[in-house]
Design a protein around this ligand. Structure first.
Ligand SMILES: O=C(O)c1ccccc1NCC(=O)[C@H](O)[C@H](O)COP(=O)(O)O
Length: 216
């Protein structure tokens, strides 16, 4: 069982404007996520992402989020954006995760969707090939997106996990402190919980989230 005392690392995902990116960095976010998934309201073009990454570089770690991306798409992101991490949020196999990590030469985080404790087994094959597991809520059956759905799950199922992990899924300024306390997460990730509508991040909510995550 992991009982952590240090403050968790904070990632704000799905940033798409210079103002909200600046708000995240000013608030003290450790990682900023850029979504490359055209169906998402948070999708950014390579040009947008390049500018946002230039703004963030050296101030927060840059995470490029992809969903079952091809080698060509990975190469294009690496060349244009130069992220510090790639977040793989589709149905990438452990072999594919290893191949992407080798090809891109950066840290790789694999998202694993959870609804019940039985789903934890799906994370095991990724332990050796990924730098971090991101436990996210399983998307609702009719969801258009594999993530960023604002859905939470039972955080107690994560208590037995010993390795440091990142937690996401329905987190907000109101529940993140409790989520960290219950789950023992070393890191937290939020998207819709700091938005006023899908894709529209809010500077005050971002600041409140970072503060709440750190001040337990
Ligand atoms: O956020 C998106 O639009 C998205 C699209 C496709 C795949 C993943 C996506 N987001 C993943 C994230 O990292 C989110 O932060 C995570 O799923 C939590 O989202 P939320 O429950 O909205 O905080």
């Amino acid at each position: 069982m992991s009982l952590r005392s240090e403050a968790p690392l904070v990632k704000i995902c799905g940033l798409s404007t210079p103002d909200t990116l600046e708000a995240a960095i000013t608030a003290g976010a450790d990682q900023i996520g850029l979504v490359f998934f055209p169906k998402s309201p948070r999708h950014v073009s390579l040009e947008q992402a390049r500018a946002l990454a230039d703004q963030a570089r050296g101030r927060a770690a840059i995470v490029g989020l992809t969903v079952d991306a091809t080698d060509g798409a990975i190469d294009a992101i690496m060349e244009a954006v130069r992220p510090d991490w790639l977040q793989l949020h589709g149905s990438e196999t452990p072999e594919r995760v290893a191949a992407v990590k080798q090809r891109a030469g950066v840290f790789v985080m694999k998202a694993v969707g959870l609804a019940t404790a039985a789903d934890l087994a799906a994370a095991e094959p990724y332990a050796q090939v990924t730098d971090r597991i991101l436990f996210d809520a399983k998307p609702p059956k009719d969801a258009a997106l594999p993530g960023g759905n604002g859905v939470a799950f039972d955080w107690t199922i994560l208590k037995p996990i010993d390795e440091p992990f990142m937690l996401s899924g329905g987190l907000s300024p109101d529940n993140v402190a409790e989520a960290v306390r219950i789950s023992g997460a070393a890191a937290v990730d939020v998207s819709s919980g700091v938005e006023t509508e899908p894709g529209r991040k809010d500077a005050a909510l971002i600041a409140a989230f970072v503060h709440a995550a750190r001040c337990r």
